[in-house]
Design a protein around this ligand. Structure first.
Ligand code: XIL
Length: 381
């Protein structure tokens, strides 16, 4: 009897200890949005299956932990405007309605981009490039129809995505080739006309590289000098296991925020599996062949590697917190490891571990330390 009582007491004690029950808010209860409250918004990207209700556990995480959402694909041109006269609204409407119902900040992604553009946009019926005037007209119609539809509902738009190359030069996309460099200011102007209240962003990857950061700095400074409304710069956080250095991204945040615009860490994920190229890029058209060497963790992640990942993630969040006055939002690119695009890019069919929720929809071990650090940030400064 006594023995039973003691083991019952021990069980109760360990339950209390495990749940961190100490009278104050327990570690388990701490969520991203609460921990970072007053610092910056915490966001996640949602895919159409999740929005359609086919992955309720992912949606549960999104509602519990995040106060900002972005659509992973359904607002991109090839999806939302596949033909000149066809706009496909169903998925984007459902995404916006979901976010509104849950009082979430909404980011529209993305209006003008070289990837996932609908093929019709650049050519006439003979397959030849359209004229400059025609492409400007088509771009205007594209932007204003979409931004206009969600006027007052979408809080901010990634107006132009990935216009600068790694060496700081302008990407010679079809937009650039046909319209010339003015396509960017025109895109921002058209978006502003359609919803003067919406925030307008420039978004790009690899911004920790010096030459690229300088190119983006010059681009945005030039736009601001011309009176173009640019509210923020999104630094895509597609990190690798070893690059970029935290200090490299920090330098870019400092430099770009000196323009007086908000900084956002967008598309945050960290690939753990080997990177098959020398180039730091998030160019979605890359496609390398799958081999075992590039998929070493299909049976699981060794503890030592896991620890390094968590340390690196913690270091990034510490740096983001240090600059929280410059940063308005940090958004993960996906909810959990299982459906991250990283499993299929730039090599299809790998097992990667890029996010902070695992394949079983559990918050990863050690994330609570990041959340505690955020919650107690001021206290510890
Ligand atoms: C990715 C999506 O996650 C994939 O599902 C899709 O197949 C390709 O695009 N930069 C961006 C994002 O701005 O839109 C890209 O998203 C990742 C790189």
């Amino acid at each position: 009897m006594k023995k039973l009582k003691i083991s019952a007491l021990a069980a109760l004690t360990s339950v209390l200890l495990l749940s961190g029950c100490s009278g104050s808010q327990s570690k388990e209860e701490l969520t991203f949005k609460d921990a970072f409250e007053g610092k910056f918004l915490m966001g996640t990207a949602l895919n159409v299956e999740q929005i359609a209700g086919n992955e309720p556990k992912a949606i549960e995480i999104a509602k519990k932990h995040f106060n900002s959402v972005v659509a992973e694909n359904c607002m991109k041109m090839e999806n939302i405007h596949p033909e000149e006269d066809i706009f496909f609204w169903d998925e984007a409407d459902a995404f916006v309605e979901f976010a509104e119902k849950n009082n979430m900040h909404i980011v529209g992604h993305t209006l003008v981009w070289h990837s996932q553009a609908a093929p019709w946009i650049f050519v006439n019926e003979n397959g030849e490039d359209v004229s400059r005037e025609e492409l400007i007209e088509r771009m205007k119609n594209h932007i204003q129809t979409i931004v206009g539809r969600y006027k007052g509902r979408v809080d901010g738009w990634d107006v132009v995505n990935e216009a600068i190359e790694g060496d700081g030069s302008w990407r010679k996309s079809k937009w650039y080739q046909i319209i010339g460099p003015e396509y960017i200011e025109l895109a921002f102007q058209f978006a502003q006309e359609a919803d003067p209240e919406a925030e307008l962003y420039y978004n790009d990857y690899g911004v920790s590289g010096r030459a690229k950061c300088d190119g983006i700095y010059d681009l945005v400074r030039n736009l601001l000098e011309k009176g173009v409304k640019v509210d923020g710069i999104g630094l895509q956080g597609h990190l690798n296991f070893d690059i970029p250095l935290i200090s490299e991204m920090e330098t870019s945040i400092q430099k770009l925020s000196s323009l007086g615009v908000n900084i956002m860490i967008t598309e945050l994920d960290m690939t753990i599996v080997p990177w098959p190229s020398d180039e730091v890029t998030a160019e979605v058209s890359l496609n390398y062949e799958l081999s075992k060497e590039y998929d070493p963790y299909s049976e699981g992640l060794p503890d030592s590697v896991y620890q390094q990942v968590m340390d690196r993630y913690t270091g990034f969040f510490e740096m983001f917190l240090k600059h929280h006055e410059k940063i308005t939002r940090v958004t993960f690119w996906g909810v959990h490891d299982g459906n991250s695009w990283r499993n299929d890019w730039p090599i299809e069919g790998r097992t990667d571990f890029p996010l902070l929720f695992d394949r079983n929809y559990q918050i990863k071990e050690g994330v609570d330390d990041i959340l505690e650090m955020a919650k107690d940030w001021e206290m510890n400064q």
